[in-house]
Design a protein around this ligand. Structure first.
Ligand SMILES: Nc1nc2c(c(=O)[nH]1)N[C@H]1C(S)=C(S)[C@@H](COP(=O)(O)O)O[C@H]1N2
Ligand SMILES: [Mo]
Length: 419
């Protein structure tokens, strides 16, 4: 159960050239016990009729431990987050009930019959839309991730937090968002020449408002009504939210009620006092919209164990980039001394989760598992040292460095920072 002391860690890293361990081999078949004839034993489920139908399906009760993990202060319960259990999921789509949440003042109860969206400010004709009216516009679907700028923020601290992968790095989720391209509505209102920004305001108890460059709204922004095929969940912005693919969570305004076109940003609380980073030269990094390229091994990861020694394990994880498509994910088992390309699972979509995997033959040796993503612009996910060298140590947002899982000789896995 004990963590491997630093000395023996170093020794192991010296003489474990692990790249060969990823090379081709076959999985041992898990064979059934031969002394039992399974045809003679009917499973209980075949001896009776099954349960009835349901109006709205729920996950199997056997899966009731796969849940979001809530971090909120009981004194201010509306302000907090819930983490997506990325370490328990497969594929790339986050189920709606497990999409991460970030609320500044709780989940409002909004009746779609009375909710309206106002577009005003520097437009030729201010327009107000009911939800019913919006549903009559042409809609588009886009699979993309939303990541909170504060995701992984504990990783800026000097000691690694010892919680499961999703409960440290899971303020990111990936869904198919369907709705009306924002540009249709802006074009209908008529954009005045001097309009450069839009202030998006929400109908929640935080009256959250942020400034968004008009250029992004005219590019790929969606006014989302549907999430993975069903209407948005209340906690994700019902009845309508902004989805700005690849851009930090805060600008994906939920419960949207107004877009006001302006010449300049309004300098609201959430783009001045919050969601900015103090840089080494004392200035603040502001309007850091694009989420940088990042990856994470989701399994095996912190808190899991490797039961068979030796054994074959499927290393798998997620990579994503706000700059476009993931072009490569490399995996290391020796703390970054040698790297092997993982397989990218299709589809590989721009600004969306990409699943990677690689079979790994574990021989009971000490290992440090890492993944490193590269995107189509050639940008490579930085090491911790590289990120800190560039951004200083006062960071809180936009942590995208390589994440490390230590595997002890007895198969226990821990979140560590590499030496
Ligand atoms: N109205 C409103 N919109 C909001 C927020 C909020 O608290 N209120 N939180 C923002 C932040 S900081 C993030 S990270 C995302 C989270 O979206 P989700 O809860 O659907 O995952 O919503 C953004 N939009
Ligand atoms: Mo966020």
């Amino acid at each position: 159960m004990k963590k491997v002391p630093l000395e023996s860690r170093r020794q192991f890293l010296q003489y474990t050239a692990l790249s060969g361990a990823f090379a081709g081999f076959s999985l041992p078949a898990l064979s059934a016990q031969s002394d039992i004839d399974y045809r003679d034993i009917l499973p209980e489920s075949m001896t009776q009729a099954g349960a009835g139908f349901s109006n709205y399906g729920q996950p199997s009760p056997y899966e009731n431990k796969i849940i979001r993990w809530i971090s909120a202060n009981p004194d201010t319960p509306g302000n907090g987050v819930s983490w997506s259990p990325l370490h328990e999921l497969q594929g790339t789509i986050t189920p709606n009930g497990l999409h991460f949440e970030r609320h500044h003042n709780g989940v409002p109860d909004i009746d779609p019959a009375t909710h309206t969206l106002l577009i005003d400010g520097l437009v030729d004709t201010p327009l107000s839309f009911t939800v019913e009216a919006l549903k009559r516009y042409p809609q588009q679907s886009r699979i993309c991730f939303i990541e909170c700028g504060g995701n992984s923020n504990s990783s800026w601290r000097s000691r690694p937090v010892e919680t499961a992968a999703g409960y440290t790095h899971g303020l990111v989720s990936n869904a198919e968002w369907t709705g009306v391209p924002v540009k249709y509505l802006l074009q209908e209102a008529g954009i005045k020449n001097n309009a450069k920004w839009a202030v998006a305001e929400a109908a929640d108890g935080a009256s959250l408002n942020v400034s968004i460059p008009l250029e992004k709204l005219l590019d790929d922004a969606i006014l989302a009504l549907y999430q993975n095929g069903e209407r948005l969940r209340p906690e994700n912005g019902y009845p309508l939210r902004l989805v700005l693919p690849g851009w930090e969570g805060i600008v994906n305004v939920k419960w949207l009620r107004q877009l006001r076109l302006t010449e300049v940003p309004v300098m609201s609380r959430d783009e001045t006092a919050q969601y900015t980073d103090l840089m080494p030269d004392g200035t603040a990094r502001q309007f850091s919209f694009e989420m940088a390229t990042k990856s994470l091994i989701t399994s095996p990861s912190h808190g899991m164990t490797l039961p068979d020694n030796p054994g074959v394990y499927q290393l798998t994880g997620l990579a994503w980039s706000g700059q476009g498509k993931i072009s490569r994910v490399e995996v290391s088992a020796d703390g970054g001394q040698s790297w092997v390309d993982a397989e990218l699972q299709q589809p590989v979509l721009s600004k969306a989760f990409t699943r990677f995997s690689l079979p790994w033959q574990w021989q009971g040796q000490y290992a440090v598992l890492q993944s490193r993503a590269t995107d189509e612009t050639g940008y490579v996910q930085p090491s911790r040292d590289e990120l800190f060298a560039k951004r200083g140590s006062h960071g809180f947002f936009h942590f995208n460095a390589i994440i490390s899982w230590e595997v002890s000789e007895d198969g226990f896995i821990y979140h560590v920072y590499p030496d």
